[in-house]
Design a protein around this ligand. Structure first.
Ligand SMILES: [Zn+2]
Length: 164
C-alpha cells in the first residue's frame, strides 16, 4: 500500500476496471513538468484529509476515484437516461482529480453540508467542484476559473452509484 497522505493510498483511487491510478502521467498544464501524483492526487488527498479531520477522524471510503475514459464513457451511457452524468470528456474522474466518497457515520447530506461549511470558511484551498448525490458526495480539485477564483462548481445528481 502506497500512501499519498496519512489516511489515503494510491490503490484506493484505482479505476474499478482494474486500471491503476496513472501516477506518472505528466500534467500537461503544469509548467514545472510534474506528474498527476504531485499535481492532482496529492491536492485531492490533502483535501480529503482536511474533511476527514473535520468530520471526526472516521474512515472516508473512496467509492470511485480515477476512471479510465472507457469506464467513464460506459457509466455515461448506462445512466444517460438520468441526464446527470458528465460525459467522459468533461468528467474530472478520468483527469484524476475527483473522488466520490462516503463517510463511516455521516450521511452524504451531512457530509456535503460539512464540506460546504469548510469551503465557506476558506479551509479547502484545492476544492474546485462539489456534487451532492443520494448515496455519495463527489468532490474534485479542478482548477478554479482564473477570472473567478472563488467560484466553486456545484450540482446535485440523482445517480445511486458511480460503479458499474
Ligand atoms: Zn464523481
Amino acid at each position: 500500500v502506497i500512501g499519498v497522505t496519512q489516511h489515503f493510498s494510491i490503490e484506493e483511487f484505482a479505476c474499478r476496471s482494474g486500471d491503476p491510478y496513472p501516477v506518472s502521467n505528466l500534467d500537461e498544464f503544469d509548467k514545472r513538468g510534474r506528474t498527476w501524483l504531485e499535481t492532482r492526487l496529492l491536492p485531492l488527498c490533502a483535501t480529503l484529509e482536511i474533511i476527514r479531520d473535520a468530520a471526526g477522524g472516521e474512515r472516508i471510503t473512496i467509492d470511485s476515484g480515477y476512471r479510465t475514459l472507457a469506464y467513464d464513457d460506459r457509466l455515461y451511457r448506462l445512466s444517460a437516461k438520468n441526464g446527470d452524468v458528465a460525459p467522459a470528456t468533461s468528467s474530472q474522474h478520468p483527469k484524476g482529480r475527483a473522488a466520490d466518497i462516503r463517510h463511516a457515520s455521516l450521511s452524504p447530506q451531512a457530509l456535503h453540508a460539512l464540506i460546504l461549511r469548510l469551503w465557506d470558511d476558506d479551509k479547502l484551498p484545492f476544492l474546485g467542484g462539489l456534487g451532492e448525490y443520494e448515496n455519495f458526495v463527489h468532490l474534485d480539485c479542478r482548477p478554479r476559473p482564473a477570472d473567478n477564483p472563488t467560484h466553486l462548481a456545484q450540482w446535485t445528481g440523482g445517480r445511486k452509484s458511480n460503479v458499474a
